[in-house]
Design a binder for this molecule. Structure first.
Ligand code: AMP
Ligand code: MG
Length: 397
């Protein structure tokens, strides 16, 4: 059986970043920009007020001035400010011609339509000058940047709604299993609530992708083939759950071949997660066939799903980091497969959780780390060095 390292390198060799493409700005956050963003407009685009207050000519101050007119944000045609008058002005409103400064509302005494100003007003105060930040043609964001929320706002402020980026893979989840029911449905004997799609969709989102499409499929070969064919056409990553092992009703492996996927490997010497299979279609859609056991599915997502997503996004095949720790208790192990034991981490000491079987989701839900027990280990003693994979569920950087 393939080791994890062998499975990883097979997958790494196969994966290429999705080609750059124009993407709607509201779907581009976190993506790597493939074009420089150049200012389309000056900013500010016109002299405007930084505060709510009064536009004045400085030579008229100190003293009392009649309020001649009002200027709001968005006001277009403005009268000129005549000597000996002032204008009420709001934040962001154009400064009328002739005005040299804005005095904050809080510093002005208003009596009817007359405003009283004290001295000390300086030319240019509280006026945001045209193009004081940048001019049309200036470089605002370099190609290659990862788009953050403030960059999104900056790009939007140029009147742009599309950017060329390395796109996020479109992911779909296909669950298989005749025993699975949805929330709200009554459970008949032998049935359980379907939970992997909720967990895997959340994991996909926490990796920074959009909400995946979720499809359900019964344990039927033809249905599985047609589901895989349909999903292949419109997705970059398909994650199936269940039906990947050797049971009489496990059809995913054969259905994937029938649907035109080329298998990279099936089965890996890890625990949990041994039945995992990975295939690719001619168009490059990656199929991660995960085991149905909920813990196995989630651990396989961490070990294979996250690096795959990173690679498709042009960040490289980012294997999970093995962080050094010490065993906080004896961890028994039988030689054979690399074990990812669910555990907590306290002051560098990794402690296995008690509910550790691959169908026991409460064990994984209560875990902060996967404790890595090498395949050749015959058990780790308390205090011995050990590696852990941190389960931080943060977007891939
Ligand atoms: P399988 O890999 O199809 O043999 O399934 C292994 C175990 O995982 C069985 O106990 C299934 O009932 C369970 N299982 C499979 N798919 C899901 C799912 N989507 N949600 C919860 N449990 C599942
Ligand atoms: Mg099944």
């Amino acid at each position: 059986m393939l080791t994890l390292a062998e499975a990883w390198s097979l997958l790494e060799k196969e994966l290429k970043p999705l080609p750059a493409q124009p993407v709607r700005l509201d779907q581009a956050d976190g993506c790597q920009l493939q074009e420089p963003i150049v200012a389309q407009v000056d900013h500010p685009g016109f002299d405007n007020s930084a505060v709510d207050g009064y536009a004045v000519r400085v030579a008229d101050l100190p003293g009392e001035l009649p309020v001649a007119f009002e200027v709001f944000a968005g006001s277009g045609d403005l009268p000129k400010l005549a000597a000996g008058t002032c204008a009420r002005i709001m934040t962001g409103a154009r400064v009328p011609q002739g005005a040299e400064a804005v005095v904050m509302k809080e510093d002005v005494n208003l009596d009817g339509d007359t405003a009283r100003f004290s001295d000390g007003v300086k030319i240019g105060q509280h006026i945001r000058r045209r193009s004081e930040e940048y001019q049309a043609g200036d470089l605002l964001v370099k190609a290659g940047a990862r788009i953050t929320p403030p960059m999104t706002a900056l790009i939007a402020s140029q009147g742009l709604d599309t950017v060329t980026v390395l796109p996020k893979p479109r992911a779909a989840i296909l669950t298989t299993g005749d025993e699975l029911r949805s929330a709200g449905e009554p459970l008949n004997p032998g049935e359980i609530y379907e939970s992997n799609s909720a967990g895997l969709a959340a994991a996909v989102r926490s990796a920074g992708l959009d909400t995946p499409l979720i499809e359900r499929c019964s344990d039927d070969f033809d249905e599985t083939v047609s589901n895989l064919r349909d999903l292949e056409e419109s997705h970059n990553l398909i994650i199936t759950s269940g039906g990947a092992s050797v049971g009489d009703k496990d059809h995913v492996i054969t259905a994937a071949k029938e649907a035109g996927f080329r298998q990279l490997f099936w089965k890996c010497a890890i625990k949990p997660g041994k039945p995992i299979a990975v295939s690719v279609s001619e168009r490059g859609t990656v199929l991660l066939a995960l085991p149905g056991n909920p813990v196995s599915a989630m651990v396989c997502f961490v070990l294979f799903g996250l690096p795959t997503i990173a690679a498709l996004r042009g960040k490289g095949f980012l294997r999970p980091e093995f962080v050094k720790a010490k065993a906080g208790a004896d961890i028994p192990h039988r030689e054979g497969r690399m074990d990812f034991v669910r555990g907590s981490l306290s002051s560098g000491h990794a402690l296995p959780v008690s509910r550790k079987d691959s169908h026991m989701m409460s064990g994984l839900a209560g875990s902060e780390v996967l404790i890595v027990v090498p395949a050749i280990s015959s058990g780790i003693k308390s205090g011995e060095p050990v590696a852990v994979v941190e389960l931080d569920w943060r977007p891939i950087k």
